[in-house]
Design a protein around this ligand. Sequence first.
Ligand code: ZN
Length: 594
Amino acid sequence: MFRIWQNHFRQNRIRGFCLLRGIAMTNDWKFSTLEYTRPDVAAAVQTITGFTDKVRSAASAADVLSAITDLDAASSEFMTMVTICSVRHTLNTKDEFYQAEYEYIMEQLPTMNPAQIAFQDAVAESPFRPDVETVYGKQIFVKAELAKKSFTEANIPLMQRESKLCTEYENMMAGAEIPFEGETLNLYGIQKHFEDEDREKRRAAYRAYEKFYADNEPRLEEIWDELIKIRTEMGRNLGFDSFIPLGYMQQGRTDYGQEEVASFRAQVLKELVPFCSELYEAQARRLGLAHVMAYDEKRVFPDGNAHPAGDDDFMIRNAQSMYHDISPETGEFIDFMIDHELMDLKNKPGKASTGYMTFLPSLKAPFVFSCFNGTIFDMEVLSHELGHAFAGYMSMRSQPVFDLCDWTTDIAEIHSMAMEQFAYPYAERFFGDDADKYRFQHLQEAITFVPFGVAVDEFQHICYAHPELSAKERTYEWHKLEEKYMPWRKYDPDQEFFGRGGYWYHKLHIFLYPFYYINYTLTTMGAMEFKTRDARDHEGAWADYLKLCRCGSSMSYLETLRHAGLMVPFEEGTVEKACAYAISILRDSIAGME
Ligand code: ZN
């Protein structure tokens, strides 16, 4: 409705609107046949201004409310076009038409912000604001206020430059061509070999992966350096000392700050890091190794990790049957996704090496993108990204305007990670006899991910708090964080690049989505809580999960957690309580394997 489009969360949160002819909708549409028309940004600005005038001259609450809903409809049409463009761009990054369209849109969108802020101001200052609050709640104003506070016209050229650098990083990653054993692999394809039975092959694959980043280090250093400078300037233009407060605002954080996040990282260090070391020690014993080296971490079992029991189509068919069995709501949802071709999951050359879910709001349709690689990752896509999509599907059918469907990711990643847990009982369908292996490996990864995730968060705090650091000093900071949060991590002595901290370069979020990453770790707590509750009371856990999905972004972070009966991760003891059940399962499984 009237949320400002923000540059940082490009694929999932591209907002704006304009006058576009509506997409003629019948029920038999498919994503591949949707017609794309370039969104007209200048016309959009005029339209927003027209609605602003309507709100300013409104004679009744009904006038204001109808301006909001009309604007929501126009905005949804606009955003659907933007999504079509960005999805098709990521489906084939070599398609020059959508590449040019995408760059054009990314450059133009920030210019709409002033008109959008004027509209928000008009609603906020309207004598009928209480009526708007009655219908839509308070959060919509809180979000509008935040968007306003995080914007200044002086930042538009910086946002445009930022967007270009992000696109360059994305294209470098998507274009990765890694030679390996006579094949040319992309960044997803090479990772499959990290699980190989042959240790030398794992090591070689890991080195090929490292070499890609090491070869690109000079340009990546420049991109990151420039992004830090640009973002720091943006923060200073808004009166902050650094980019950090602005980064938090861009993440839509309205009821917690740096201190709370730091207290969560401290809990992870105390509660989870020692346990993760235990997990890797057990893995070393299973594999018969003195130590699990970085290139051994993904090889969880000596006789091989869990493997999907069929091809890509087999996995998708089983996902359909699983969602039908989970609940009537998920059944209706998965049929909708398949009927309208809203999933593109197979790995193809030129596809961006990423996975995401995004919205086609005027169609009340989610879209899911990923690159299957024949490992348990594929199951994660089918549960994680489809978990996001399910939440989008539910909120777009529960909330009155799209602006209340568009969650912050500290909530959104609960939808997805909890769905991964709700899918555990169905693992046999996807993995056959390997189902127990899948559950163990997935749960181990879910827990060992958390220390890595908080390290990524701390790394960003260091970089933005000290923009004066040189590129090599920053990379060394990552090395120190690995020692702190991942004390098990070991590279070969001659792995110079990773050895001095180069591993962080692979993390796309660091470049593209500042301060996003901590959300995955906060939400792991929510997912582990749902796991625990599901084991005790499936009906109750599922009912609360549906509540969480339906409420969209109509409440603040802390309110949403309360609404779904979840604990607050920042409170001392939460990490321990949330993870206790998962830890006990993992300990029992390890004991059973020894
Ligand atoms: Zn996610």
